[in-house]
Design a protein around this ligand. Structure first.
Ligand code: GLN
Length: 464
């Protein structure tokens, strides 16, 4: 049984990769071998035989970890990320590494050094980023679940653009050990699936304290599937009216507003909330994320990992040439921006100020959550846009993250759930953001919606 399922996933991944470019590595041999072992030893664990795709910035022993970058060359990490250890222990089978924006920087997957991922709903459009490969692998029915990383929306935004569910847990819920760091105070590993129950099951396996990551919290891991009761009576859903204004696509607006009606019908109470500082979130995010990235990416110097430039005759020249040739344009832009905001003369004006406003954004949420159990917003201001449409305009690209970055800045969990198709048959998603450790409530709300309005459409490019 395991072998058959895995064979199906691998064949689908191989077959669809020419069109979608969702995988950077497919481990046919390793995955089938593991499936055989599992069949022989008999099932144990809650994810026995489940094929999983993993973003290429999460370390899996024996496989590559390119982070969508040239600079890592053919680096193969000698260890598993903690989340991978836990998945394997539960019986899951990693079938491959998925394409992503270089070092998870991007909103369209066009920043990968290995070409963009194509959206299975319309291959002339982006899959979203930066975990576009993982979102696509699930949307196209190649795997039931996949892992991604979410620093400012990279799980929720591609989930929305591809028509699947994407969860970013509370900061500290999942271990980041073995996740290649982009912005350490924002990064969290997240989960893609077609069904809420699958997200709940996988979260239950990977979540929890890890002695290798001091930022994981020692908070008990509940049985997340137990919260999927369908009973939403009395739940208070916050509606931030001002976020449904300028810049939001009309169809997305109407679609998400109709979700609010569904929740009302299911017995939830809709309350008006305000997030007065949300308007600063993009600016704050792109200061803090780039500052942390400039520091985290200093380690890629041609000495420790993968790629090293040729024709370099002394050390500094080798560093410079390696980084010049190894990093793509968006990564370089961010390293420069991050170095600038941290520099002695500008630290107070930009970095410190951004940290202060980050606190205000967090306080907005804390204030709002006194009055509601979760807040609803669109996930992305538009459905999937055309490949190439925004590549020359970084600021327009950054605006895609307007609804998602706030959750990372505050450290609270967020989930994107599909709620229909646009007139061009492109998926639309809504987002729920909840207080710290409110994953059970977010999953319960998502599940309630899923039961009432199941999203059963399948993309034209699909394995099943
Ligand atoms: N799109 C955002 C960025 O480019 C978010 C990336 C992420 O969450 N990894 O930084």
């Amino acid at each position: 049984m395991s072998r058959q399922t895995v064979e199906f996933s691998i064949s689908a991944a191989e077959k669809l990769n020419e069109t979608l470019n969702a995988f950077l590595q497919i481990d046919r041999e390793g995955a089938l071998q593991r499936a055989t072992e599992i069949e022989r030893s008999g099932p144990t664990g809650s994810l026995v035989g489940v094929p999983v795709a993993v973003k290429d910035n999460i370390c899996v022993k024996g496989m590559q970890a390119s982070c969508g970058s040239k600079i890592l060359g053919d680096y193969h990490p000698p260890y598993n990320a903690t989340v991978i250890e836990r998945l394997i222990k539960a019986g899951a089978i990693i079938i491959g590494k998925t394409n992503c924006d270089e070092f998870a920087m991007g909103s369209s997957n066009e920043n990968s050094a290995f070409g963009p991922v194509r959206n299975p709903w319309d291959t002339t459009r982006v899959s979203g980023g930066s975990s576009g490969g993982s979102a696509t692998a699930v949307a196209a029915g190649i795997v039931p679940v996949a892992l991604g990383s979410d620093t400012g929306g990279s799980v929720r935004q591609p989930a929305s653009l591809c028509g699947v569910i994407g969860l970013k847990p509370t900061y500290g819920r999942n271990s980041r050990y073995g996740l290649v760091a982009f912005a350490s105070s924002l990064d969290q590993i997240g989960i893609f699936a077609r069904k809420v129950e699958d997200v709940a099951r996988v979260l239950g396996v990977i979540a929890g304290h890890d002695k290798y990551d001091a930022t994981t919290a020692d908070v008990p891991v509940p049985d997340y599937t137990a919260s999927l009761t369908g009973d939403l009576k009395g739940t208070r859903l916050g509606f931030p009216r001002t976020l449904f204004g300028k810049g939001l696509d009309d169809e997305v607006k109407r679609s998400v507003e109709s979700v609010v009606d569904v929740y009302r019908d299911l017995g939830a109470e809709i309350v008006d909330v305000e997030l007065p500082t949300a308007g600063y979130a993009i600016a704050v995010y792109y200061i803090i994320a780039t500052a942390e990235a400039s520091s985290n990416l200093a380690r890629f110097d041609g000495v420790r990992y993968g790629f090293r430039a040729e024709e370099a005759h002394e050390l500094r020249q080798m560093y410079r040439k390696t980084r010049e040739e190894g990093f793509g344009p968006e990564v370089k832009r961010r390293i420069m921006l991050g170095t600038y905001v941290l520099s002695a003369g500008y630290y107070d004006a930009y970095y410190r100020k951004a940290q202060q406003v980050r606190t205000l954004i967090k306080n907005d949420f804390l204030e709002a959550f006194k009055r509601c159990d979760a807040i609803i917003t669109p996930t992305s201001p538009t459905p999937a846009f055309a490949l190439g449409e925004k590549v020359d305009d970084p600021l327009a690209m950054y605006l895609n993250d307007i609804y998602t970055v706030t959750a990372n800045l505050a450290g609270v969990p967020g989930i994107s759930v599909p709620c229909g198709l646009s007139s061009e048959r492109l998926p639309i998603g809504f987002q729920l953001i909840g207080p710290y450790w409110s994953e059970p409530a977010l999953l319960k709300l998502s599940h309630g919606y899923e039961q009432a309005r199941p999203f059963l459409e399948r993309p034209p490019i699909s394995a099943s």
